[in-house]
Design a protein around this ligand. Structure first.
Ligand code: AMP
Length: 437
């Protein structure tokens, strides 16, 4: 068998084209996201793909994997250090401050959809350019908002057709209680340093909390007995977490309190959560996650303002939709095919096409081909209801042949009646099809 020849230019590693056949899945996700956002009063925000490097260093965290190892960074011609955004929350919070949204009624609810970039090792469900949608509610401290944001995330997924998921929740405390827990954790881990993977040995100095969600076999054994943040929360964090769990119970949302869930980003406080596909037992390819970020606005120079949000990866959602055989609407076939023969007919076809298109009729053509047989074959393949044929004689007579592909009969009509006749015939075909059903 001959090997397929490689194209001279290929998409950059870890990035890919989303072809027309795939688009119905993506369309469904976008439509559901817009609808749920509208229902839950979130306003759409689009932020730039390029942001100052410092925005992510300050928020996501200099020592987080996302910033330290995976961020695309470059210098502009004027020497500014910028990066392709690896996630959406810092940009939304920057926009919240920059655009004075604090004066709006609280919470300010914003949502986004767009590409993110992380220079990670490409593998199943992990790309270097991937797409996320995210919801952020900024301005409220109440844990009911945490419950509502989880409810919203699950609502989006179930509306898409992904109802069976496993919600993981945890609380990682706040400025008051986390330092104590960190100390406890580090002292536990230091005594077992030799049993940790290379990455986690480094994390012991830079980001010890992150060790808790390491998936390396060596580390999971150590982590199993490690202290758990929920046992070391201050009274305020404890109350917050308990109330959140009560709300989830009230909503009949099942959850798993997962002491190893910490999320990789620095800005989280109190609640963190992830949503896993039902068969993804370790959360290696979580569908999405989020949490509370009560110090983030302040960290970016705004006034102390709490917030909570989530992000879900569309690439993984689409994979899951395919696994679950979720139905998506196919791109409808065109209703009419316009065939032409000869130079004059070809020329006249352009305005017939426009007339039909303006009347809301979907038309296909093959203007580049002169052979009528080839054109009719294409019309057949497309499954159109009607074919309009303009040959040399018709183009001189200002007429066109209209052929019903369902019933098989054909007639000649004058050009000025094309739109009206096509509409009438399409309506008749539709009616007959309904009766047959
Ligand atoms: P994070 O921003 O890391 O919390 O990720 C939220 C969600 O985005 C994940 O659960 C994934 O669905 C998606 N995601 C994150 N990184 C990638 C990636 N490299 N490729 C595809 N999807 C990703």
């Amino acid at each position: 068998m001959s090997k397929k020849k490689k194209a001279k230019f290929q998409a950059v590693r870890g990035m890919r084209d989303i072809l027309p056949e795939e688009q119905p899945y993506w369309d469904k996700v976008r439509k559901v996201v817009d609808k749920v956002a509208f229902d839950y009063n979130y306003g759409r925000i689009d932020t730039p793909i390029v942001e100052p490097v410092e925005l992510f260093e300050r928020t996501t965290g200099k020592d987080s994997d996302v910033v330290k190892k995976e961020m695309y960074k470059f210098q502009t011609a004027s020497g500014k250090k910028v990066s392709l955004r690896p996630e959406g929350t810092p940009s939304v919070v920057r926009a919240y401050i920059e655009n004075g949204m604090r004066t709006k009624p609280s919470p300010v609810k914003l949502y986004y959809i767009g590409p993110m970039f992380r220079h990670d090792r490409p593998q199943k469900g992990r790309f270097r350019e991937f797409f996320q949608f995210g919801f952020e509610a900024i301005g409220e401290q109440d844990p009911i908002l945490d419950a509502q944001i989880i409810q919203t995330a699950l609502r989006v997924l179930s509306s898409i057709g992904i109802s069976k998921t496993a919600l993981q929740v945890n609380s990682i405390g706040c400025k008051e209680c986390r330092p104590n827990f960190n100390k406890l954790l580090v002292s536990y881990l230091k005594n077992r340093r030799q049993s940790l993977c290379m990455n986690c040995k480094d994390r012991l100095k830079t980001n010890p909390l992150r060790i808790l969600d390491c998936k390396e076999e060596k580390c999971t054994q150590v982590i199993a007995q490690a202290p758990q943040s929920v046992d070391h929360l201050c009274p305020d964090c404890k109350k917050h977490f308990t109330y959140l769990l009560e709300c989830l119970d009230e909503l009949k949302i099942t959850y798993n309190i997962n002491p190893h869930l910490v999320r990789g980003l620095d800005y989280y406080t109190k609640t963190v959560f992830e949503i896993w596909a039902k068969d993804d037992e370790e959360g290696r390819t979580a569908l999405g996650g989020g949490g509370r970020y009560d110090y983030l606005v302040e960290k970016l120079g705004g006034k102390k303002t709490p917030g909570v949000g989530f992000a879900i990866g569309i690439d993984r959602v689409v994979d899951e939709m395919k696994d679950l055989k979720v139905k998506v609407s196919k791109t409808p076939s065109p209703q009419v095919f316009l065939a032409q023969l000869g130079d004059l007919a070809k020329m006249k076809s352009l305005s017939i096409f426009q007339g039909l298109e303006k009347a809301g009729i979907t038309v296909a053509e093959s203007f580049g081909r002169g052979n009528l047989r080839v054109q009719l074959k294409k019309a057949n393949q497309l499954g159109v209801d009607l074919v309009l044929i303009m040959g040399q004689r018709e183009s001189l007579d200002e007429t066109v042949i209209i052929k019903d592909m369902v019933g098989g009969n054909q007639e000649v009509i004058t050009l000025d009646k094309v739109v009206a006749d096509v509409k009438k015939k399409l309506a008749k075909i539709k009616k007959e099809a309904r009766i047959k059903k």
